[in-house]
Design a protein around this ligand. Structure first.
Ligand SMILES: [Zn+2]
Length: 110
C-alpha cells in the first residue's frame, strides 16, 4: 500500500513563488513594496499584488499594463481572484471544523 498524498496540506507558499514575479522585479532589494514591471518598465509601490493588478488590468489601484497580453492578463487575474477565494475558503473551513466538533459531540457518528 502506498501512502495517498490527498490529505497532505500543500506547503506554505512564499511570496517569491507568486506568479506576479514572472512579470515584475523589485526596484529595491531592501523593500518588497517597490516593484517594476518587466514588460513596460513602469515602477510603482504596492508589491507583487499590485503588480498582478497592473498586468491583469484590474483597475482601481494601479494603471493597466499597456504591454501585457491577453494570456498574461488572464493568468494574473486568476491569481488575484484565487488569493481572495483562499481567504474566504479558510474562514469557511474553520467554521466547518467548529460545526463538526459540535456535531460529533452530539452524535458521535464521525
Ligand atoms: Zn507593465
Amino acid at each position: 500500500m502506498d501512502n495517498s498524498p490527498t490529505d497532505t496540506p500543500p506547503p506554505l507558499k512564499r511570496n517569491s513563488n507568486d506568479v506576479g514575479w514572472e512579470y515584475g522585479v523589485l526596484c529595491d532589494a531592501r523593500s518588497l513594496d517597490k516593484v517594476k514591471c518587466k514588460l513596460c518598465g513602469k515602477e510603482f509601490s504596492g508589491g507583487v499584488f499590485r503588480m498582478k493588478e497592473h498586468i491583469a488590468h484590474l483597475k482601481g489601484n494601479v494603471s493597466a499594463c499597456p504591454v501585457s497580453s491577453k494570456e498574461d492578463q488572464e493568468k494574473c487575474k486568476k491569481a488575484v481572484l484565487e488569493g481572495k477565494n483562499k481567504k474566504n475558503l479558510k474562514r469557511k473551513h474553520e467554521e466547518a471544523l467548529r460545526a463538526e466538533v459540535n456535531i460529533s459531540v452530539t452524535y458521535k457518528i464521525f
